[in-house]
Design a protein around this ligand. Structure first.
Ligand code: ZN
Length: 175
C-alpha cells in the first residue's frame, strides 16, 4: 500500500506559474521591448534645431552690433536698439532670415512703427553693397529651397561662419 502512494506522487506534474500569459507566447518580443527601453534612457541629449536657430540669432545680433555701430542704419538719427530685417522675416526662406546683408541695427521706431523703414534701408544697402546685389536679393529671397537641403547642416555651417567673423571683428576692435 505504501509503495503505491509514493509512485503516484512521483509522476504528478503541476503547471508552472506564468506572470503574464499573453506575453509568455512571445518571448522574443518581450526581450526586444526591454532592450528598447534601456537604449532610450542612455541616448545622449543633443540640441534641437530650434535651440540651434536661437543661438544663431544671438550670433547675428552680436555681429550686426559690432559691424553697424550704435546708430540706426535706416534713419541714421536715433540710437539703434534692435536687429531688423530688410526683407521681412516672415516672407524669407531660412537662408535670408539669417543673411548678414538682410539684417542690420535699427531703432525701435524704424523697426516696429515703420515696419523696417524699407525705402531708407534700401538706400543704405545700395550705398554699401551696390544696386545689383540688392536687386539679386529681392529676386531670390523667397524662392523654394532644393529638396535635399538640410536646415540642420546649414544652421551648423552658418554658426561656424558667424563665430569666425565675430572673432575677427572683436580682435580688430580691441586693437
Ligand atoms: Zn531708425
Amino acid at each position: 500500500m505504501e509503495n503505491k502512494v509514493s509512485w503516484t506522487f512521483k509522476f504528478l506534474k503541476f503547471p508552472k506559474p506564468v506572470k503574464s500569459p499573453r506575453m509568455a507566447k512571445y518571448p522574443i518580443l518581450r526581450h526586444k521591448k526591454a532592450g528598447k527601453r534601456k537604449k532610450c534612457s542612455k541616448l545622449p541629449k543633443t540640441p534641437t534645431l530650434a535651440k540651434r536657430k536661437k543661438y544663431l540669432w544671438e550670433l547675428c545680433r552680436a555681429y550686426t552690433k559690432l559691424r553697424d555701430g550704435k546708430w540706426c542704419v535706416s534713419c541714421k538719427k536715433r540710437l539703434a536698439s534692435q536687429c531688423g530685417h530688410f526683407l521681412p522675416k516672415s516672407a524669407c526662406n531660412i537662408i535670408y532670415k539669417y543673411d548678414e546683408k538682410n539684417i542690420g541695427q535699427q531703432c525701435s521706431y524704424c523697426n516696429l512703427h515703420l515696419k523696417g523703414n524699407y525705402i531708407e534701408y534700401r538706400n543704405h544697402l545700395i550705398e554699401v553693397y551696390g544696386l545689383t546685389v540688392v536687386e539679386e536679393m529681392e529676386r531670390v529671397y523667397n524662392l523654394p529651397l532644393p529638396f535635399d537641403f538640410s536646415p540642420r547642416v546649414w544652421v551648423e555651417k552658418k554658426i561656424k561662419w558667424y563665430t569666425k567673423k565675430l572673432k575677427k571683428i572683436a580682435n580688430f576692435k580691441s586693437i
